[in-house]
Design a protein around this ligand. Structure first.
Ligand SMILES: Nc1ncnc2c1ncn2[C@@H]1O[C@H](COP(=O)(O)OP(=O)(O)OP(=O)(O)O)[C@@H](O)[C@H]1O
Ligand SMILES: [Mg+2]
Length: 569
């Protein structure tokens, strides 16, 4: 992560400040675009947030080149571009995380220079940064109200805070006990808490950097409802996403960036998808058209031999209820299901990263010790869902991050085979189009999508027999996505067994030879052959009876006192 970008660097300051409570927003009366179509026929309302002539360089990278960008009240403005194009950097300059080298930022016509994200927030700019940046140990309710807690006689009114948190989160389709620690929630639900928090702050501008990357289709709909409501209230929204279809559903205008510069600003309806992609990639439209919907198109896998992974009757309290799944050499097995259905837990259990109450996992026909190290030795590798918590080592270089796990293999008599290492690193940096100044750049300085590619490269260079991929293309831009999917496909053709988890249905359906469908921690069906379609997946999920008793217990320990939290780092 970028060193200065933690929104909660200022937590103690926020806790000291008892600012007024913001009421939950409930169902606001929806006025039809109050500010988008101004009276009197003037061309467009003045921008609420505007930057001109912005430049920002890091050592070796010119991340922003003469960028102009403006967002008007009551519009949803898409900000798009390839991984490393400069989107997050632009947001960070506008919100006081970085200082620009040159250029101006104006809020409602006045030049501003925010000293910190908190200062930007106090001026009415609320930001959800690309990496969820809440405090995992604190309760859901505290995270939602951090710095604005309801108080009574100077003390935090815990009862009221929890009650209001519950009401607010219901609007976002998150039904959890707000006293639970945030980290006990899945990534998607955590993301919803971050969004709810940003929206509760009385903001004029809401900036969302890839808000939907960990959300399911249904949650995305909920979020869009929230966005439309904000727009109707005249709030300006900046929306970053690599899922182009989404943009057409909610965005009014679009700014396209390439290599740190703005290459197009237009009404969303004036640019079609293929034009967007060609603008982002800087390729001719004809070139772009040749590619299919995903890089998986016309996959032909020869599935043969005994399973490389056989998981049987996996049991874990509140999470897995007898899941069995086999992965054979040369096949891509999809895990389908909604958030919280146990997909990630299944993969982690196979990997030995999640303690089990029961069940067996055989790798290559033999049971191994249930540890991650033993699984890797046996030939199973996992790409985790949460790269920040479980994967990337920010302070190490791209090279080191890629070869980290493979070191034992390229080490002879205690010496690292440097030539071999360079060859591997060079191959994957090219193959996955990792944008970095070179193999020695620190990973924390890479854009979000490029960090994800580094992690994938790390898995692949272990030369595994089975690969467990949890959201492998999350945050990866349209160009590289097809590449990554192509690589997965090729590996399966070469005889690798793949377990694929993806909340993007296109990817799951086109990529998988068969799909095991999970619901509430149980297998409720399996799609094979011609039945591997979105429709059958939906029907299988809809027809499966619910299992009421899998939600985690309500009474997990939570840090609640402000004193403890203030010492939390
Ligand atoms: N702290 C930093 N130090 C050095 N270089 C950086 C730093 N932050 C960003 N960069 C570089 O600036 C460029 C733009 O990165 P940025 O994070 O803005 O991209 P992005 O458009 O948000 O990409 P993504 O879609 O992958 O999130 C990249 O080349 C990145 O490596
Ligand atoms: Mg980014």
């Amino acid at each position: 992560m970028d060193a200065p970008s933690s929104v909660y660097d200022d937590v103690p300051a926020m806790l000291r400040k008892a600012s007024p409570m913001v009421q939950p927003q409930g169902a606001q009366p929806v006025a039809a675009e109050p500010t988008a179509a101004p009276p009197g026929g003037s061309p467009a309302p003045a921008p609420v947030l505007e930057v001109t002539g912005l430049h920002k360089s890091f050592t070796g990278v010119h991340a922003l080149r003469d960028v102009d960008f403006a967002v008007r009240p009551g519009e949803v403005h898409a900000l798009i571009g390839e991984n490393g194009a400069g989107k997050s950097t632009l947001i960070k300059v506008m919100t006081g995380v970085y200082e620009p080298d040159e250029g101006e930022v104006r809020l409602r016509g006045e030049e501003v220079a925010f000293a910190s994200p908190l200062a930007a927030q106090e001026a009415g700019i609320s930001t959800i940064y690309q990496e969820v940046n809440l405090v995992p140990m604190m309760s859901v309710a505290r995270n939602l109200f951090l710095g604005r807690e309801p108080r009574r006689y100077g003390l935090i009114d815990s009862t009221r805070m929890k009650r209001e948190a519950r009401d607010i989160l219901r609007d976002y389709g998150v039904h959890v006990n707000p006293a639970r620690p945030l980290r006990s929630l899945g990534l998607g639900a955590q993301q919803m808490v971050a969004i709810a928090r940003a929206v509760q702050i009385d903001a004029r501008v809401v900036i969302m950097d890839e808000p939907t990357s960990s959300l399911e289709a249904r949650e995305v709909e909920t979020l869009f409802g929230v966005i439309r409501r904000l727009r109707a209230q005249g709030i300006a929204i900046v929306y970053v996403s690599h899922r182009l279809d989404e943009l057409y559903q909610v965005c009014d205008r679009v700014t396209v960036m390439r290599d740190g510069a703005v290459v197009r600003v237009d009404d969303m309806s004036a640019v079609d998808r293929i034009t967007l992609v060609s603008l982002m990639l800087g390729r001719e439209i004809g070139d772009v058209r040749k590619h299919g919907a995903t890089g998986f198109a016309d996959a032909e896998h020869q599935v043969k031999g005994a399973p490389v992974v056989a998981a049987h009757d996996l049991q874990r309290r509140h999470q897995l209820d007898g899941v069995s799944v086999d992965i054979r050499p040369g096949e891509v097995v999809g895990l389908g299901g909604l958030l919280g259905s146990g997909r990630s837990e299944t993969a982690k259990a196979i990997m030995g990263a999640l303690p089990l109450d029961g069940g067996t996992v055989e790798i290559g026909g033999a049971t191994t010790r249930r540890t991650v190290a033993a699984s890797i030795r046996a030939g199973v590798v996992m790409l985790p869902e949460d790269r920040k918590l479980e994967g990337i080592v920010p302070s190490l270089s791209v090279r080191e991050n890629i070869v980290l796990a493979a070191l034992p293999r390229i080490t002879r008599a205690g010496l690292v085979d440097r030539a071999k290492q360079d060859e591997i690193v060079d191959y994957f940096m090219k193959r996955l189009r990792i944008k970095a100044s070179g193999p020695d750049q620190r990973v924390s300085e890479l854009s979000g999508g490029n960090q994800q590619k580094v992690l994938l490269a790390r898995c692949l260079c272990l030369d595994p027999k089975a690969l467990l991929l949890d959201e492998p293309t999350r945050g990866i831009d349209v160009g590289a996505k097809a590449e990554v999917q192509g690589v997965i496909n090729e590996l399966a053709e070469q005889g690798l067994g793949v377990l694929l988890i993806s909340s993007e249905l296109d990817e799951l359906i086109e990529g998988s030879d068969r799909v095991v469908v999970l619901k509430d921690g149980r297998v409720v069906g399996e799609l094979t052959g011609d039945d591997v379609t979105q429709d059958t997946l939906m029907t299988t999920l809809a027809d499966a009876p619910p299992e009421p008793d899998l939600s985690p217990p309500a009474d997990e320990p939570v840090i609640e006192s402000a004193a403890q939290e203030e010492t939390h780092d």
